[in-house]
Design a protein around this ligand. Structure first.
Ligand SMILES: Nc1ncnc2c1ncn2[C@@H]1O[C@H](COP(=O)(O)OP(=O)(O)OP(=O)(O)O)[C@@H](O)[C@H]1O
Ligand SMILES: [Mg+2]
Length: 225
């Protein structure tokens, strides 16, 4: 068996609204190995974003365990979690989450600067990644000055710039036309195939999901192969 990158066991997540429990995930078991790729599909509201956030350590489960590179992230503090996220994961949110007061270049360089990589190197790598997502001509624009699809591509560049062990992508191509969607997806697949990054992608796009190794469907709180 190849090296485990992310796994979860008996994962439950409910949201609580006042006294009312809204169960979303009801016993998820998942194992993702090095270099694997998988798609998560399911109807709107089935819990795909919830699951991805949990796997990326961005939210805490009601019960169950999550491991990232062998570390049980339900048992460590926020600072350690941040370090693992910065070092190992590239997260592409359903809604881009770029910092509004910074340029595309600064946004993409940020994860490298956080890693204490020097400024010149960080900006060079950020520029290179922005070129690869077709945004080389927009590097000094702030998110407010970019179109929806351009913002999404900047967010993708930010997630990939650190060459993460695992890419977690939540509808990364939702705002993009077919041609651009295919291009940025190829960039993720390229990191998957050539850099051995695992890829977990939530997508409604069957042309993309069929290019991943496995397709899992989230139905009534559980994952079906
Ligand atoms: N913070 C929250 N508080 C209460 N309920 C929430 C919260 N976040 C999500 N939910 C509920 O949990 C369910 C799953 O939400 P989630 O965002 O994971 O769905 P999804 O599968 O990603 O949907 P979509 O395809 O529309 O993005 C939904 O019914 C949603 O209303
Ligand atoms: Mg979602």
């Amino acid at each position: 068996m190849n090296k485990e990158i992310i796994s979860c066991k008996n994962l439950y997540k409910s949201y609580f609204q006042a006294e009312l429990e809204v169960p979303v995930l009801m016993g998820i078991n998942l194992h993702v190995g090095e270099g694997e790729s998988l798609s998560i599909i399911g109807i709107s509201g089935s819990g795909k974003s919830t699951l991805l956030h949990l796997l990326g350590g961005l939210d805490t489960p009601t019960s169950g365990d999550i491991k990232i590179i062998g570390q049980n992230i339900t048992a460590i503090n926020e600072e350690e979690k941040c370090q693992i996220r910065n070092k190992e994961l590239g997260f592409i949110y359903q809604f881009h989450h770029l910092l509004p007061e910074f340029s595309a270049l600064e946004n993409v360089a940020m994860p490298l600067l956080i890693r204490k990589i020097n400024k010149k190197e960080s900006y060079d790598q950020a520029k290179d990644m922005l070129n690869r997502v077709g945004l080389g001509h927009r590097i000094s624009h702030t998110p407010g000055e970019l179109s929806g699809g351009e913002r999404q591509r900047a967010a993708i560049a930010r997630a990939l710039v650190t060459k993460p062990s695992c890419i977690l992508a939540d509808e990364p191509t939702g705002n993009l036309d077919r041609h651009t969607a295919e291009e940025v997806f190829q960039l993720m697949l390229d990191l998957n195939h050539n850099a051995g990054a695992s890829l977990i992608i939530v997508t409604h796009d069957s042309l993309l999901s069929k290019q991943t190794g496995r397709i899992l469907k989230l139905v009534d709180g559980v994952l079906l192969e």
